[in-house]
Design a protein around this ligand. Structure first.
Ligand code: NAD
Length: 474
């Protein structure tokens, strides 16, 4: 089925925005019980009412196996809803803080209040997960939301629109679909918060537009996520984890290991193990496997092919994946060695099923290379030696890290998820997502006349001494 994007209507957007602005304080005043009721509705929609339609949509957009949709589209958000429902009353509670003695006669606390009208722009690679995931936090924090999903996954957008219309009123949550012009028109509006997931380049456009209204932003971006394999690593287990993390969704995962940096002594064993595990996962011709996703569209297929060709021209070799003719939007798991650091493959985020393997002998080389580049969204370390793991951890920075695995830090709602600088600003999931969509309002309450009355003008010699005394001791 071909889905056409409806004609873009600026007035409609402005009307939805105006209705949400009007309604925002009603939503902000909702109780934990009311917000939990909405989350339960969303849970049931995703877990039962629309689950099969979601499978079909992702199959149509990506050729994705329903099991993979369950595992990495639905499971993380269902888990996130359960976690939020369990903790929401606690998160919403006013948080008392200590007061200095000089403020005797008062009480202070933090009130987490909704930011207001929020814009949520999501990408195509995990369309359901990366749209409803942040929506859970926005609902939990009591916001109204306009969602703009990606134009690249029309079937997923269509089912999400159906769910949003079925569950929510537009004055509270609305989904508008469309291309860049819709995103641009939305960015012109004075939202109270923008939650954007996508590429660093578009992230800069979003931040610039937000600056016009001094709108706060959460930017969940991307970049190259390195994977280090130390000489003490369990090679078979590393190969299995990395093959799973890299080739799931055909490498179109923001936290997929972008490239591997492996100790020189292990490279041959690692390549053999990787070859075996790819066959175990997807058979000898992965592009005809039902368990292997395809590239989202022809433009991205050409982009990835361009990265491979450029690397080959600069001397790289394909060591796994050269046996299959590329067809339609299918690119097999492709592992390359001898990759020049000057090739585009090592300059840009790959976002496809191509894995460059670099080797090292001295850990310092690895650190120097990683730290010369923008701070990664994820960094993975495989090894058994605690001292080495600590060395890599303490001498780099990243949005998140898995030790002896990859991807799985995303699945734990107790951990903050996000990047650093180029790979992102702000954090999502669990309490971190709730706080991202909340204004931490500092409230000071005077209970009875305090000592501060003694410090007000006129500044007699006695008061000057008292102020000095207060500064020093209270
Ligand atoms: P993208 O930046 O091209 O698009 C993301 C969204 O921005 C889409 O909805 C798109 O319609 C919208 N958009 C496009 N042009 C725009 C403009 N000028 N103004 C405002 N909005 C605009 O990203 P993508 O190709 O959908 O996704 C891939 C990128 O997203 C990769 O870099 C990946 O690493 C990153 N990503 C990050 C995370 C994360 O959680 N950090 C998750 C998934 C993807």
């Amino acid at each position: 089925m071909t889905i056409t994007t409806p004609k873009f209507d600026t007035t409609l957007l402005q009307n939805i925005f105006a209705s949400q602005q009007k309604h925002q304080y009603t939503i902000a005043a909702t109780t934990a019980k009311e917000r939990i009721a909405k989350l339960k509705k969303l849970y049931n929609a995703l877990d039962s009412t629309y689950r099969v339609e979601i499978h079909h949509a992702l199959q149509a957009d990506f050729g994705k196996n329903p099991a993979e949709t369950d595992l990495n589209e639905l499971y993380p958000i269902l888990k996130e809803i359960k976690h939020t429902i369990k903790n929401l009353s606690n998160w919403m509670r006013d948080e008392p803080v200590d007061s200095p003695f000089a403020l005797i006669g008062s009480r202070s606390y933090i009130k987490y209040e909704a930011k207001g009208v929020c814009l949520l722009i999501s990408p195509w690679n995990f369309p359901i997960n990366l749209t409803f995931g942040p929506l859970i936090s926005a609902i939990a924090a009591g916001n109204t939301v306009i969602i703009k999903p990606s134009e690249n996954t029309p079937h997923s957008t269509a089912i999400m629109k159906k769910i949003v219309i079925a569950l929510f009123e537009p004055k509270e949550i609305a989904l508008v679909d469309g291309e860049v012009e819709v995103a641009t028109a939305l960015l012109a509006l004075p939202f109270n918060h923008i939650f954007f997931t996508g590429s660093p380049n578009i992230g800069k456009i979003v931040m610039k537009a937000a600056a016009k209204h001094l709108t706060s932003v959460t930017l969940e971006l991307g970049g190259k996520s390195p994977c280090i394999i130390d000489h003490t690593a369990d090679i078979k287990s590393a190969a299995k984890s990395i093959a799973w993390g890299k080739f799931m969704n055909a490498g179109q995962t923001c936290i997929a290991p972008d490239y591997v940096y492996i100790h020189k002594t292990l490279v041959e064993r690692f390549l053999t193990a990787l070859k075996d595990v790819i066959v175990d996962f997807y058979g000898t011709t992965p592009t005809s496997s039902e368990d292997y996703a395809r590239i989202v569209n022809i433009n991205h297929t050409k982009r990835i092919q361009g990265l491979i060709d450029d690397a080959l021209e600069k001397g790289a070799k394909i060591v796994i994946g050269d046996n299959e003719a590329k067809q339609d939007s299918m690119i097999p798991p492709t592992v390359m060695t001898n990759v020049s650091l000057d090739s585009t493959l090592m300059q840009e985020e790959i976002f496809g099923p191509v894995l460059p393997i670099l080797t090292y002998t001295d850990s310092e080389e690895v650190i120097t290379h990683i730290n010369k580049n923008p701070k990664p969204l994820a960094l993975y370390i495989f090894g058994k030696n605690k001292k080495n793991i600590k060395y890599f951890l303490n001498n780099t920075t990243a949005g998140g890290t898995c030790i002896n695995n990859n991807i799985l830090h995303f699945f734990n709602s107790e951990l903050p998820f996000g990047g650093v600088n180029t790979s992102g600003i702000g954090k999502s999931k669990g309490i971190y997502g709730f706080k991202e969509f909340s204004n931490a309002r500092g409230v000071y309450k005077q209970l009875f006349p305090g000592a501060v009355l003694l410090l007000m003008p006129p500044y007699t010699d006695f008061k000057k001494k008292l102020i000095r005394f207060t500064m020093k001791w209270f």
